[in-house]
Design a binder for this molecule. Structure first.
Ligand SMILES: Cc1cc2nc3c(=O)[nH]c(=O)nc-3n(C[C@H](O)[C@H](O)[C@H](O)COP(=O)(O)O)c2cc1C
Length: 365
């Protein structure tokens, strides 16, 4: 594991992506061509873990990678805290050499501070990502995330600052404006400012995840820009992946909430709610969320994270199971001295009750 605090100490700062760090051949490429060359170098990942605060930390990323994820985002990191506090850096960010391709996501509204934060991770990642999509009140108060959609000149200056100074490309994760043409103008501005990849959450700032993501708008964005585009929203199983890629023409998809419930989604596993009956070709994949929890806990022993994050994942994966056994859930809620032993025992206890919630895979078409 690499605590990022070591990045500066290791003197890892490299030259900028757009000029000095490129080979002589690459120097003749346009910025779009460089964006594509980089994307191809990463083997064009299609199946990507979306950024999730208290979700997409290192152990969860590694679990998803084991089950088919081809790239992953870190959770959003606050650029000011990251630039200024070593405690924050070592608590909130860790990675390891297998954790690639990796997008490290920051929020912020000051180009110099954002750059200072980004310098500290550039040698550990493949993109520095700017969060332009967080719609929460905390982002409104801090003036970052989707609230920067009200100040596009500032967004432009953030992207330009990173794109001209970093050794790795800059990506942006955005939401939609209510009017499509505004979104098209927005993404073209990002592209012109030096953004090398855009991930589009196909909802507006005020839409919630229960509302259907607008894949048609993502398709229009894909047509409007020349750099790689990723689609996000309503990717719950591999049929959605296929449909989303076909509808949008995007290079890849990001999934968030559905991975919390089923980190093996990208390996083709799906929960019982997405299986009609035996006639649709799905069979018990001999994998259940109990096993995924155990694998996740082992990764947490190797790559430590806060207990709150571990508990959230255990709930996320075992929700159905715990709902069937409220006594086990209540004990879990009350437990003051959580330990890995306690959680392994809890999974054993649930298994011993005999009820299974298998994940299914398609064995025939
Ligand atoms: C628990 C959780 C935490 C999230 N944290 C972030 C974040 O840190 N940065 C970000 O850009 N989006 C964040 N999101 C939004 C997701 O990346 C994604 O855009 C959104 O959930 C839609 O994808 P989905 O339909 O697959 O869930 C978060 C979502 C969830 C469920």
């Amino acid at each position: 594991m690499v605590p990022v605090a070591t990045a500066a100490a290791m003197g890892c700062r490299m030259q900028n992506f757009s000029a000095a760090n490129t080979s002589s051949e690459e120097q003749h490429l346009t910025s779009e061509e460089k964006a594509w060359a980089h994307w191809r170098k990463l083997k064009q990942p299609k199946l990507i873990v979306a950024p999730m605060y208290e979700g997409s930390e290192l152990p969860f990323r590694m679990l998803c990678r084991k089950y088919g994820a081809e790239a992953a985002y870190t959770p959003m990191l606050h650029s000011r805290n990251f630039a200024q506090s070593e405690k924050y850096r070592s608590r909130e960010f860790s990675t390891c050499k297998e954790d690639r391709p990796l997008f490290v996501q920051f929020c912020g509204n000051d180009p110099d501070i954002l750059l200072e934060a980004a310098y500290r991770v550039e040698s550990f990642c493949d993109y520095v990502d700017i969060n332009l999509g967080c719609p929460q009140r905390i982002a409104s108060r801090g003036n970052y995330g989707a609230f920067l959609m009200d100040d596009l000149p500032l967004v432009k200056s953030l992207v330009e600052k990173l794109a001209t100074n970093l050794s790795v490309p800059v990506s942006c994760k955005i939401r939609l404006f209510p009017v499509l043409q505004d979104t098209i103008n927005y993404v073209k501005m990002l592209e012109d400012a030096g953004c090398s990849l855009i991930a589009v959450h196909g909802r507006t700032r005020t839409e919630r995840t229960r509302e259907r993501a607008n894949w048609d708008a993502i398709k229009s964005i894909k047509t409007a820009v020349k750099i790689p585009v990723l689609a996000n929203g309503n990717v719950r199983h591999m049929d959605d992946v296929q449909n989303c890629l076909e509808t949008t023409g995007a290079e890849g998809v990001l999934s968030a909430e559905s991975l919390l419930d089923n980190p093996a989604l990208f390996a083709g596993f799906r929960g019982g709610e997405w299986v009609v009956d035996g006639s649709d070709g799905f069979e018990d994949g001999k994998l259940d969320r109990g096993r995924l929890v155990v694998e996740y806990l082992k990764l947490c022993e190797k790559y430590p994270v806060r207990w709150g994050i571990i508990v959230a994942h255990v709930y996320g994966m075992l929700r159905e199971w715990l709902a069937m056994h409220p006594d086990v859930r209540d004990d879990f809620n009350k437990e003051k001295n959580l330990s890995f032993e306690y959680l392994y025992r809890m999974v054993d206890q649930l298994r011993a009750r005999g009820l299974r919630f298998p994940l299914y895979v398609k064995t025939r078409t």
